[in-house]
Design a protein around this ligand. Sequence first.
Ligand SMILES: CC(C)(COP(=O)(O)OP(=O)(O)OC[C@H]1O[C@@H](n2cnc3c(N)ncnc32)[C@H](O)[C@@H]1OP(=O)(O)O)[C@@H](O)C(=O)NCCC(=O)NCCS
Length: 161
Amino acid sequence: MSDIEPQAVEALLDAAFGTDRFGRTAYRIRDGMEVVAALSFALVDGGILTGTIQCWPVAHRNEDGVATPLVMVGPVAVRPDVQRGGHGRVLMQRMLDAAETAADSSLMMIGDPEYYGRFFDFTADATGEWDLPGPYEKRRLLARAVNGHALPRGAGMIGPR
Ligand SMILES: CC(C)(COP(=O)(O)OP(=O)(O)OC[C@H]1O[C@@H](n2cnc3c(N)ncnc32)[C@H](O)[C@@H]1OP(=O)(O)O)[C@@H](O)C(=O)NCCC(=O)NCCS
């Protein structure tokens, strides 16, 4: 893990998600936010970027306007030529270890439950009434309590903090 050029991160995200990624709902959720540096990491091997994980300050807002802070996890991306070699798990575990003491709120993400549930205890149990500012599959809206913070369970829109 180390600091890395922002352009290298952007190139890796293009390779993993495609250059049309900016229209994704995940980008709207954290529109205008700065990355949470304490929970964002790069995996570098031989000076070359292998993977990256970024986290963002977002919030759940109910119809009364009450906001509950959340940290959005993602994008999580591993260079396509070295995927399925354990790098994604290393990145997620590093973030979760940091979140155990540094997260100012619980975690949410859009991702495959077959991966993020199986290895990292993310579930859609709390997110059934949540809404996002764009299209998404309900089963892929995941959350996980961390660092003593509870998850908001009722109806609410997820957006920038
Ligand atoms: C998803 C991603 C981060 C996983 O990282 P990785 O280094 O490739 O995967 P790991 O080596 O850590 O995990 C390997 C295990 O997870 C499984 N796995 C990997 N991606 C999976 C997925 N999307 N769904 C289900 N299982 C998955 C593998 O089959 C493997 O299981 P096994 O050990 O039983 O064979 C990476 O593949 C990636 O960048 N994908 C493209 C971008 C993306 O979809 N990101 C997630 C959304 S934010």
